[in-house]
Design a protein around this ligand. Sequence first.
Ligand code: DAH
Length: 344
Amino acid sequence: MKERLEALKQEALQELSFVASQQELNDLRVKYLGKKGPLTEVLRGMGALSAEERPVIGQVANDVRAAIEAVIEEKQAAYTKEETENRLRSEMIDVTLPGRPSQQGAIHPLSKVIQEIEDIFIGMGYTVAEGPEVEQDYYNFEALNLPKDHPARDMQDSFYITEEILMRTQTSPVQVRTMEKRKGEVPIKIICPGKVYRRDDDDATHSHMFQQIEGLVIDRNVRMSDLKGTLLQFVQEMYGPATKIRMRPSFFPFTEPSVEVDVSCAMCGGEGCRTCKQTGWLEILGAGMVHPRVLEMGGYDPKEYTGFAFGMGVERIAMLKYGIEDIRHFYTNDLRFLKQFLHV
Ligand code: DAH
């Protein structure tokens, strides 16, 4: 029996010396030390031994078991160490590597210009109003003194959704909505920024969607000179204190009289250049005294109240301010374009 145990030990140690993986080591552990292994079998047979033999063989069996266990443990320790090292290596972070630069977002140049215009008018006591982009024909046209068959509707080719609903072609409908909301109270002093839509073919100066800012003031004794002073103040804050304005007679169905307003060209200071087509002036907005019929439809008695209104295209204001030559740049979102406005 003693020889069998010795042979078992030799066999086990030999096999263990060839072990090449954790799996093989596990298999050998089961094979030699497991419940169905040869060592257990020998120990089970000890009952048949004499009382003198039993402790001797027991001792040998324990030694054999201990010897095999020692080798297995040693190998196991090596595998555990290797595994830990592998894991540490794969999880290693090189803190000396340069960091990835984080992409910084920025406010779109149009949003910036809108904010700037808002700030100027807020400084003059205006509040900011808003209205829906999907608008009723009534607010977009009819209540602005443009009945269904009015030829001036052709000035603004529209996207209709139904007979009575369209994408607003201008921010002027917010004038009417504001008057309705204020129910005859004065003063009204609002500006309204927002998107508008027209069935235009896109080119360097046209976009089927663009942005406007509308202004409306209603009170007692509001005069044309108030409009002029307000707009002069606005352009001087926007384009610099030397900026001049001029008004030319024009026509809008919702104002009477109506004017178109030019600013002196900021590029050449009025000398004449390519931007102003050698005229020294640039048209920036339409304006006028609110038509009595519009006041009436909005619930204000034109004998008691007067008002002025104006509407400007934000893209145009921005293009003149920054010398941008193509309106499409605002909407194609080329980063090379947008990045130029990170710090303005
Ligand atoms: N809504 C006009 C347009 O889109 C611009 C305009 C002109 C607005 C005169 C006004 C105004 O409020 O008084 O062409």
